[in-house]
Every structure is written in structure tokens, then in C-alpha cells.
Design a protein around this ligand. Structure first.
Ligand code: XIL
Length: 331
């Protein structure tokens, strides 16, 4: 395609229409990395991860252990990406299905592959209302609090010193209601709204080397009430010394809002990194490619935007595969 001087025949990018998507993201990274991208001899910069690394960022993907026997899948992961998030394997149902019995088989498959390749690993996720085991349901508040801290210690302890960032709390804010309303869950019902702060404090103690993130969807628009609620929480945490290092914008959308970069900037201005953690964009063709370009450009334009993770490698295994939302098609 020759977008921004990227040669069309490097042999390192996907064939077919999806090439346009990767080129869209690459062209945005290329605005900072123009010298390497315009030098065909530097083939390594023609991958997403290498291009991102030129400004100290990463470009990663969510990976599922069940697909690791697919050599094309693994080859694409290894070639294009320098960060990984386990799509489901580090969630509570996977890591502690029974109380205090920790299992890391499939999580380790992904993490150890990534460590061996020098990739960053984002831990996802410690405290969430979904994909949690039923044994949590009938505990007293005291017991649930102990179980939460024990889970944080057990999972973070297993990977201590090796994880780049952890999604400590996932999706705690409500989609509707007044600014700052939390989603009703076992966590709010038994522990109250303070569970978020308690989780972050426990997480800092469990692995002081990991960046601690709050991660959510529909917080991409700078002015949305859900975004304002998360913003106020981060501001409050920073003011009171509650440990938090990053905000994860999941970014599952059809199109990034017009103020997406301003949103990244407003969180960065609070003194936290921003990570685009689960990017996928429904649609197709040049509209979709341009949306990928705009998201990537927005990250590149804000120094504290640390990197981008797309939520899967190939459309055929995307959680929303009907939207063909990823950079690579089924082939
Ligand atoms: C999704 C996975 O992609 C699916 O395989 C699983 O069935 C459900 O969870 N927000 C998150 C992710 O934080 O963990 C979710 O991942 C997608 C929405």
C-alpha cells in the first residue's frame, strides 16, 4: 500500500484488506518514527511492536491459551506484538476456582512464552464482578475481604516482579446514574465503595514493581459521566496517596470519540499513565482503518500514553467476531 512510505512488499504484514488496518496504525506511529519507517532496510520497524518501541511504547494483543497450537496465530503474535494480555486465563475463575487453590497452568503458558520473548505482560484482572467463582457468593463481609486480599496476594505473588501492569479493579463504575455511581456487585454490597481503595492498597503491597491500573469500558469520551466518575476517583486517590499508576481505556467501540486524545491527556495530567487495554473497532474498510489510525495517533500524541493492546489477534476468534474488529482477518 505504501502508506507513509511503508514499502508494500516487505513480506512482514498480512495479506488482503487487513493490511490497511495495520498500515493505519503504523502510519500513526510513523509520525514519531518517520526515519525508520521510510527506510526500507529497517524491516523490523515494519511491525507494530517495533514501531511502538521506537518511542518507548508497546503494541500488544490479547492471547488465548487455547489457540497456542495454531502456528500462524503464534507466529503473528511473535512477529507483530511486544506485549500480551491473557484474554481469560488470569481471571479469578481460572486462577482460584476453589478457595485458596491457585491454578496457573494456562496463564503460565501465555506468560512464559511472553517472558521468553521479552514481551511485557499486563495482568488482567484481579477484582471484577464477572468471571468470578461461586464460592465467593455466600461469604460474610469479613470473609470476602480476606478472600479478596488473599487472591491479590496469591496471583500477584505468583508473578511478583515480572508483570508490567495489573488491572487491579475492572469495570467497577456503572453505565448510568449520577457521576461516580458504582456498579452493584458482591464487592459494593458486602464491602461498600471502599473496596476499590482496599484492592489497590493490597496490590501495592503484593508486588511493588507492577504498575497498578483501574480498567473500564465507556470511559473514552472525556465528558461522559462514567468518565467523570473515574476521573474524580483517580484525582482523589492521587490526593490521598492511594496507590494508582495507570488508567486502562478498554476502547471497545465503533469509533473513537472526537475528544479521545483530550481524554487521554486529562488522565495523564492527574499523574497516571494511560494504557489502551482492549482495543477493537467494529466495521471494515477505510473507515475502520482510519479509526485505528486516530486511536494510535492519539496515544502517540500524549507522552504518558504507554501503549496499545488490541483485544485479540484474528477476527475469527474475537469475542465480537461478527464485527470483524481486529487487525488481522481469519486468514
Ligand atoms: C472477554 C473475553 O474476550 C471473552 O472470551 C470472555 O468470554 C468474556 O470476557 N472487558 C474485559 C475483558 O475486561 O476481560 C472481556 O473479555 C471483554 C470486556
Amino acid at each position: 500500500m505504501g502508506v507513509n512510505g511503508v514499502p508494500p512488499d516487505q513480506g512482514r504484514r498480512p495479506a488482503g484488506n487487513r493490511r490497511m488496518l495495520v498500515a493505519g496504525a503504523l502510519s500513526a506511529i510513523g509520525l514519531l518514527a518517520a526515519p525508520a519507517l521510510t527506510a526500507p532496510a529497517d524491516a523490523a520497524a515494519g511491525t507494530l511492536g517495533a514501531a511502538a518501541a521506537q518511542s518507548g511504547r508497546y503494541f500488544g494483543a490479547a492471547v488465548a491459551a487455547g489457540h497456542l497450537n495454531d502456528s500462524t496465530y503464534v507466529a503473528t503474535w511473535d512477529r507483530e506484538f511486544n506485549q500480551v494480555t491473557a484474554e481469560n486465563e488470569m481471571k479469578w475463575t481460572s486462577t482460584e476456582p476453589n478457595r485458596n487453590q491457585f491454578t496457573f497452568g494456562s496463564a503460565d503458558q501465555i506468560a512464559n512464552h511472553a517472558f521468553s520473548k521479552g514481551m511485557k505482560v499486563r495482568g488482567h484482572t484481579l477484582v471484577w464482578h464477572a468471571q468470578i467463582p461461586t464460592w465467593l457468593n455466600n461469604l460474610s463481609a469479613t470473609d470476602l475481604r480476606a478472600a479478596m486480599v488473599n487472591h491479590i496476594n496469591g496471583v500477584m505473588g505468583h508473578y511478583k516482579g515480572k508483570i508490567y501492569s495489573w488491572d487491579v479493579v475492572n469495570e467497577a463504575f456503572n453505565d448510568g446514574g449520577a457521576v461516580g455511581t458504582l456498579r452493584s456487585s458482591i464487592w459494593t454490597q458486602k464491602l461498600g465503595n471502599g473496596f476499590i481503595e482496599e484492592a489497590f492498597r493490597a496490590a501495592r503491597a503484593a508486588d511493588p514493581a507492577a504498575k497498578l491500573c483501574y480498567n473500564d469500558y465507556n470511559i473514552d469520551d472525556a465528558n461522559a459521566s462514567k468518565t467523570r466518575g473515574v476521573y474524580n476517583m483517580v484525582k482523589d486517590f492521587k490526593a490521598r496517596g492511594v496507590p494508582i499508576d495507570c488508567v486502562g481505556l478498554q476502547s471497545h467501540f465503533g469509533n473513537p470519540p472526537a475528544n479521545y486524545q483530550a481524554n487521554i491527556q486529562q488522565f495523564a495530567d492527574l499523574g497516571v499513565d494511560v494504557q489502551i487495554t482492549e482495543l477493537d473497532i467494529g466495521g471494515g474498510g477505510s473507515t475502520q482503518a482510519d479509526a485505528y489510525r486516530r486511536v494510535t495517533q492519539a496515544c502517540v500524541n500524549v507522552p504518558r500514553c504507554a501503549g496499545i493492546t488490541v483485544w485479540g489477534i484474528t477476527d475469527k476468534w474475537s469475542w465480537r467476531s461478527g464485527d470483524t474488529p481486529l487487525l488481522f482477518d481469519g486468514n
